[in-house]
Write a protein that binds this ligand. Structure first.
Ligand SMILES: *[C@@H]1O[C@H](CO)[C@@H](O)[C@H](O)[C@H]1NC(C)=O
Ligand SMILES: *[C@@H]1O[C@H](CO)[C@@H](O)[C@H](O)[C@H]1NC(C)=O
Ligand SMILES: *[C@@H]1O[C@H](CO)[C@@H](O)[C@H](O)[C@H]1NC(C)=O
Length: 754
């Protein structure tokens, strides 16, 4: 097809080859973009870059319904041309004006007006199109394109072009196009037709006719050029390994390593929009190694006046059985955000947590602005629970939707104020499983929408890089502006059968990415941590007791004696020494003792108290007690770890230089009672040293009891619950267990050997 535009160009360019290069420098640049939905975060991001570079923007089609097809996956976009045609008409005679037309949902401006015009002048064209390495939508046209060198992009991309206003108008009006036809094909045809014409010396050619000019000569004469070296437009699809973010003097910029250019418009074309968005967390000086996060201080909402804070719909989601849920509630109670500005919706999926959750709801129902409870009896799965909460936000015209999952332990009391102040569409505080790389966000996703390893992830998780980051997935805790929910389809926590209901957050992220709701994660400070619910076994008598390895932080908070750190951290703390070389110190609290007794009594297989003991390798116990070994209830490793983590450091203070590997040890809970075994005859322990911890309280749980160290004639009764006695085992500390005269007395005993 030979269009009117071509004939004009051919006539002009053949009469004087230099005509194109001699066109005067444009005096002015207007950036135009077709954006029907100004609420799209991609558009907002684009707008911010326009403002940063002090460019003039003329958006086209804002508020209109998009009829240009699903251009993500299929040809389409003709509507863009039809809208632009009308918008550009007023400039059709302007030869001093340059127009730069670009997509905006997935692009940013990255240079000033003068930089852009300079680059344009260097290309010596009337119109310059952005180029990319993939051909779309008609691959058969590839052979008609001019060749390019390694590192250059060969094919036309209609997502970005720039030219003199009059030339642009001629291009747009060259021939008719339907809204749903493909705009890229429209321009591609114009480009390759002109190239083929020039190649064949401007004559009407047939396929067989040999070219009269070399490709380079032909290109030189063309009025439309491709920005194959990305001096203006950088399309990212297919060349991500060819571009680098560079930093200089607290500035950041994109550098094309393949062509040596520093592009001025950056386009996340194709399926890699989230990668552009990731880059935008650094580009345009958003973050640099020397200045840190500049974006973090921009557009913040002032939250200093509590009265001015917005009302949040706070949804508390207990979608998995979760250890230490009581801490979670305690920490929610401790939040400083005004409770009369929080509407609460609790969704609990698990009968196991019913009592704790309904108690909390009952206790707090008048504390908050409002309270709704969807209990496990209603049988909603996670995706349904989440969708219900979101729907409530829409129905009740809430300002923000805050969703907190039961694994997100908030330790920063003013976290909610902080998140509001950041003024993002969807913001998640970075929280990490302590010591691990598992967190509330992903830096990358795979093609199925699930986790993939991403650049800089480790730097974020370890706080090497602190700031606000646009990421493809967040979970655990999200604060979403209600005004952005209209971007999403109905029930966004579910996407057909693509994701199972427990992956509601993966489904949400998928929809958010697809529909232009940007997810950010912030790690400017420490906000809390994530609970790991994976090995939580609610069939156990005291399941939290078993969380010592997987959730150490909360385990310590829950079970360690409140005075323990006074002794272990404080160098000058003198351990109590009630008998010679018997040291006494607090280690665990009542929860630990009660849970351990509960565990043992639930297990119930107390030994017979005779010398015959099949649990021992020799089958013989010299000084038998009624006891249960820790390995019988699956707590042996936990107890040894407790000795290593908390007892060993204390032991080193008093028995200096003894470094036990804590390998050969016996660990057991002893039960004394009048109708069973009330006491223990004098004996030596088969240990280097022994720890003996009281699990309950004299005159409350039992009468009598105590221990006597015979050599020192030293008797200890009324031993404090959760405190440990530590003494040498063999030779010096011959001792006896004194009779328990009422109730039941429990002690936890450990023989530590090299
Ligand atoms: C918050 O962000 C929106 C959208 O980016 C912006 O329009 C608004 O000005 C920001 N608010 C403040 C106080 O900067
Ligand atoms: C450390 O222990 C000593 C002795 O018990 C006590 O006087 C001091 O106050 C403790 N210091 C701290 C910081 O707890
Ligand atoms: C042992 O101690 C008790 C009480 O402290 C005392 O009455 C008794 O005389 C002591 N026995 C010896 C042998 O020192």
């Amino acid at each position: 097809m030979l269009s009117a535009y071509h004939l004009l160009i051919v006539m002009v360019s053949l009469s004087t080859c230099e005509v194109l290069t001699s066109r005067p420098r444009p005096q002015e640049l207007i950036v135009m973009t077709v954006a029907t939905d100004a609420n799209h975060d991609g558009y907002q991001q684009f707008l911010a870059s326009v403002i940063q570079h002090k460019l003039t923007l003329e958006p086209v089609g804002v508020g209109m319904e998009w009829t240009g097809g699903d251009i993500e996956t299929k040809p389409g976009g003709g509507m863009k041309i039809n809208l632009l045609k009308k918008a550009v008409e007023k400039y059709k005679d302007r030869t001093d004006l340059a127009l730069l037309i670009t997509d905006s949902y997935d692009a940013i401006m990255h240079g000033s007006q003068s930089n852009i015009i300079d680059a344009f002048m260097d290309l010596q064209a009337s119109v310059v199109f952005s180029a990319e390495v993939f051909i779309w939508p008609d691959a058969s046209l590839a052979v008609k394109y001019p060749p390019v060198r390694t590192g250059e992009s060969r094919y036309l991309n209609s997502g970005g072009y720039m030219g003199y206003a009059d030339s642009i108008y001629k291009l747009l009006t060259d021939h008719e196009i339907a809204d749903a036809d493909d705009d890229q094909l429209y321009f591609t045809n114009l480009f390759i037709d002109e190239y083929q014409l020039q190649l064949h010396g401007g004559s009407m050619y047939s396929e067989s006719e040999a070219p009269k000019l070399s490709p380079a000569e032909a290109i030189d004469r063309m009025s439309i050029k491709l920005d194959k070296r990305s001096t203006i437009f950088q399309t990212l699809n297919g060349v991500l390994d060819q571009v680098d973010i560079k930093y200089k003097n607290s500035k950041s910029y994109l550098f094309n390593v393949g062509t040596g250019s520093r592009p001025l418009v950056i386009h996340g074309n194709g399926p890699i929009k989230h990668k552009l968005n990731r880059m935008v967390s650094y580009l345009n000086d958003a973050w640099t190694p020397t200045s840190g996060c500049n974006a973090c201080t921009k557009n913040r909402i002032d939250v200093s006046d509590a009265k001015e804070l917005p009302t949040l719909l706070m949804t508390l989601m207990i979608e998995e059985t979760t250890p230490f849920l009581y801490h979670w509630f305690d920490r929610l109670d401790a939040l400083t955000y005004p409770k009369d500005k929080l509407d609460v919706l609790v969704h609990n999926q698990h009968a196991y947590h019913e009592k704790l959750v309904s108690d909390w709801v009952e206790k707090n129902k008048d504390t908050y602005k409002s309270m709704k409870y969807v209990s496990s009896a209603e049988g909603l799965n996670a995706a349904e629970g989440k969708n219900k909460a979101l729907q409530q936000c829409i129905d009740e015209k809430c300002e923000y939707l805050l969703s907190i999952d039961s694994v997100a332990q908030i330790t920063k009391p003013d976290l909610l104020e902080h998140l509001v102040s950041l003024n993002k569409s969807c913001i998640t505080p970075m929280m990490v499983r302590p010591g691990l790389l598992f967190s509330t966000f992903w830096a990358e996703k795979n093609e199925n929408g699930y986790y993939a390893q991403g650049e800089n992830y480790r730097d974020h998780v370890t706080y090497e890089m602190m700031g606000v980051w646009n990421v493809p997935y967040t979970s655990g805790l999200q604060l979403i502006k209600a005004s952005k929910l209209s971007l999403l389809p109905e029930n966004p926590y579910k996407v057909g059968d693509m994701f199972p209901p427990q992956d509601y957050d993966v489904a949400f992220a998928y929809n958010a990415r697809k529909h232009g709701l940007f997810m950010h994660v912030v790690n400017m400070e420490h906000y809390g941590h994530l609970i790991n619910p994976d090995s939580y076994d609610t069939s156990r008598a005291a399941p939290e007791l078993h969380e010592q390895f997987t959730n150490k932080l909360d385990w310590e908070l829950h079970y360690l004696h409140e005075d323990f750190y006074k002794i272990s951290v404080n160098e000058s703390y003198e351990l109590e020494q009630p008998c010679t070389d018997v040291f006494w110190f607090p280690i665990v609290n009542d929860y630990y003792c009660d849970d351990l007794i509960h565990t043992m009594e639930t297990f119930g297989k107390w030994s017979g108290g005779t010398n015959k003991d099949e649990r021992l390798s020799g089958g013989y116990e010299n000084v038998p007690t009624r006891d249960i070994h820790m390995n019988q209830v699956g707590l042996e490793d936990h107890w040894i770890q407790l000795l290593k983590d908390y007892v060993h450091p204390v032991q080193l203070k008093v028995f200096e230089g003894y470094h036990s590997t804590l390998s050969a040890i016996m660990n057991f809970v002893v039960r004394y009672r009048t109708d069973e075994q009330p006491s223990l005859r004098p004996h030596h322990d088969s240990s280097t040293f022994t720890v003996n911890m009281a699990l309950n309280t004299k005159d409350k749980d039992y009468e009598g009891g105590g221990v006597r160290f015979i050599r020192y004639n030293c008797t200890l009764v009324g031993l404090r619950k959760g405190w440990m006695l530590m003494h040498p085992g063999r030779l010096t500390h011959y001792h006896e267990g004194l009779p328990t005269t009422g109730g039941t007395r429990y002690i936890m005993v450990s023989f530590v050997n090299p």
